[in-house]
Design a protein around this ligand. Structure first.
Ligand code: B12
Ligand code: SF4
Length: 624
């Protein structure tokens, strides 16, 4: 029995920089069971330029070129399902005796329908793959059929689709197979290809979720069970990455880190004991608390993706998020930032129950988080993935809208054969659809989701002050800005009051400083030229104090208060400090051409006066 497991192709640059953990685990399990297995990552092949011409034909030819296999299994997400089915059809023509199966989250709830509509499929393995796949392959090896194999939906010799209702018992994650990394290109080749210098490497850190949010398939796919990898096992797997070329940070894939609090704390303790190493994770806000965050930060956690979904509790309730009633999202954002853990707040726009007031509540939450400083905002539209409750409820009425890229399928579904399938089976490929609703509103929400987060993250105070001046809501202000046809900065320059213009100047200086490299302080020799590393701003308002009030949501009066600021690059991006008139004068006296000796001759004592500025990183020396 020779088996090939395939990751289906997509062009998502984030995606092809990461070898898929599910396939690596399955490869390891089959090897451990003595089954001959090979792995192929078509997303990587595509990015590596190994697939030219028509995507589907090229993939099928590529797979056929690897030789003859008894079974080819495609791993699918909703996004890659059409490509997998089209490739499977071509592969069947090239290799008629090969059995073709599917597995992965893209099959959630549609296994029977897939087998009914696509005769090319022999079976779909539902949920966790290890036990069911091995059992299925053994049956086929013995010449038997799949009757009674738990977790499998299959086609009988009489062309009847049989759904084995029973699911295989979940495997003991302390005994899960090692990743068969040798069966895929080396990690460093992935990183080389994607050009990503960060070295983020996914780890199968746990499986499943007990919740059932309306837009998500994870809970259902994993039978509403959540299992973290045992702490020591997970720490071992992260430790292995330290030796793996190209790996610089671990991406813990379990969707709800902290669901098992004791296990999460034990993992952090284990990581701290072994010496922290950078990692990031995905979590629910109500599974985190200051003590756990402390432990996470000490263990090397630098980023956490938080699915908040909406700023309006009623909408969260309707989408069955079941966030604990007293959850304070902003307090958690602040707690993350205080520990140098970047929170990524993920919200969905256009969920059922979202009217103007609820949309405004979401934007308010995003703005307040941005004002705290250092949060990432990520806004999405709903693509009802097959198998989730929104697809069940609205599946038939949902449809793609030309010009709105599907959030859940970026870089997928673009080839003619995929497009044809998506058009023919909109219910199975609802990953490309949007919930039923007014098309104009959808376009507006899509624009909001794409354009507002960068503005909030780069210009939160300017945005907040413009809002205060104008009155009304953020959605209205967004419309007003977009109707000008220009950039946000142009909008502020044309319509902003003095304090808005000052905030814009400050935040633009922060952007420039963050883009510059951190300062190098060199030898203070008399022949060296002192250079100003910071931008200095003379403002009519005390913007840092105003910014603090905005971040805390406190009222303030806009009284004139002359303020001098310096904005300089720092290890964390940019730093703003208040300076006095004498510092500003000193900085102004540095022309960037005169040596220290020449400046001293013109202005005796300046060398000594500059020393604290050098120490503060506001001034540095260069030799020419
Ligand atoms: C790592 C990851 C990625 C990686 C690797 C993907 C991969 N193929 O493994 C990358 C970065 C490529 C990626 C990309 C995307 N992802 Co992603 N990703 C994940 C994440 C966080 C972990 C997956 C994982 O490794 N889990 C651990 C392993 C062990 O589980 P597994 O992969 O499911 O595999 C097991 C079973 O599914 C089964 N199995 C899997 N394949 C096969 C094949 C066969 C033949 C068999 C028998 C069994 C089998 O056995 C495995 C072992 O038990 C999941 C969330 C999650 N926790 O699952 C989201 C998730 C899979 N991603 C998702 C999405 C939407 C995307 C994107 C579409 C995002 C986007 N906006 O573009 C892109 C896809 C690219 C594209 N544009 O088309 C969704 C998919 C939803 C769905 N119903 O399809 C998920 C579930 C997140 C979510 N909460 O909704 N992703
Ligand atoms: S969104 Fe998160 S909490 Fe909700 S079902 Fe999916 S994984 Fe679980």
């Amino acid at each position: 029995m020779r088996c090939l497991l395939v990751q289906s192709p997509h062009r998502d640059s984030f995606g092809y920089s990461m070898p898929p953990p599910g396939l690596l685990r399955l490869g390891g399990e089959l090897e451990r069971q003595g089954i001959e297995v090979e792995l192929e990552d078509l997303a990587w092949c595509l990015a590596a330029g190994k697939l030219e011409g028509d995507l589907i034909e090229a993939c099928a030819q590529h797979l056929a070129g690897r030789g003859t296999f008894s079974v080819v299994g495609f791993s699918v997400m909703g996004a890659t399902l059409p490509a997998a089915l089209a490739i499977a059809a071509d592969l069947r023509a090239l290799s008629p005796a090969t059995r073709i199966i599917l597995g992965g989250p893209g099959t959630t709830g549609i296994d029977r329908e897939l087998l009914t509509r696509f005769p090319v499929l022999d079976a779909v393995v539902r949920g966790e793959g290890e036990v069911s796949l091995v059992a299925l392959l053994r049956r086929w090896e013995e010449g038997a059929d799949a009757a009674g194999v738990a977790g499998v939906t299959w086609r009988s010799a009489k062309e009847v689709v049989v759904r084995e209702e029973e699911t295989a018992p979940p495997i003991d994650l302390s005994q899960v197979a090692p990743y068969a990394r040798h069966l895929l290109p080396a990690l460093v080749e992935y990183k080389h290809l994607s050009g990503e210098s960060e070295g983020l490497t996914p780890i199968d850190s746990g499986r499943g979720c007990v919740y059932d949010c309306s837009f998500c398939t994870i809970g259902r796919f994993w039978q509403r069970r959540s299992r973290p990898l045992p702490a020591a096992k997970l720490a071992d797997e992260v430790q292995e990455l330290r030796k793996l070329e190209g790996a610089r940070q671990a991406y813990l894939c379990h969707d709800i880190f902290g669901a098992g609090r004791a296990e999460a704390l034990a993992f952090c303790a284990e990581m701290s004991r072994r010496g922290p190493w950078p990692w990031e994770c995905r979590a629910r806000v109500d599974h985190l608390d200051p003590e756990l965050l402390d432990a996470m930060a000490q263990a090397g956690c630098y980023r956490v993706l938080l699915g908040v979904e909406s700023g309006a509790p009623a909408v969260r309730e309707l989408c069955n998020k079941q966030l604990r009633a007293n959850t304070d999202v902003l307090a958690m954002v602040r707690a993350c930032i205080e520990r140098s853990i970047t929170p990524i707040l993920s919200l969905i726009l256009g969920l059922p129950g979202e009217g103007d007031a609820e949309l405004e509540a979401s934007l308010e939450l995003c703005l307040r988080a941005s004002l705290i400083g250092g949060a990432n905002i990520s806004l999405h539209l709903v693509n009802p993935q097959p198998g989730c409750s929104l697809a069940e409820e609205f599946g038939t009425g949902s449809r793609p809208i030309a010009g709105i890229a599907p959030d859940m399928a970026l870089g997928a579904g673009e080839s003619p054969r995929e497009r044809e399938l998506i058009a023919r089976h909109p219910d199975l490929f609802s990953t490309w659809s949007l919930l039923p609703g007014d098309e104009g509103k959808m376009r507006y929400l899509a624009e909001l989701a794409a354009l507002l987060p960068p503005i909030m993250m780069h210009f939160p105070r300017t945005w907040a002050l413009m809002l205060r001046d104008r009155g009304g809501g953020q959605a209205d202000m967004f419309r007003a800005w977009r109707s000008t046809g220009g950039s946000f900065e142009e909008f502020v320059r044309a319509r902003g009051t003095a304090v808005c213009l000052e905030a814009l100047a400050w935040e633009e200086a922060i952007q420039r400083a963050a883009a510059a490299s951190a300062p190098r302080s060199e030898e203070t020799a008399s022949h060296a030229i002192p250079r100003v590393l910071a931008e200095h701003l003379s403002l009519e308002h005390d913007l840092p104090t105003i910014a603090d009030c905005l971040a805390r949501g406190e009222e303030f009066e806009l009284l004139p208060e002359p303020t001098r600021l310096c904005v300089q690059p720092s290890a964390k991006g940019a730093r703003t400090s208040r300076v006095g008139a004498h510092v500003e004068d000193l900085l102004c006296s540095l022309d960037g051409a005169s040596t220290l000796a020449q400046l001293e001759a013109r202005n005796p004592g300046i060398s000594t006066a500059l020393e604290p500025l050098v120490q503060a990183g506001l001034v540095s020396f260069s030799s020419n």
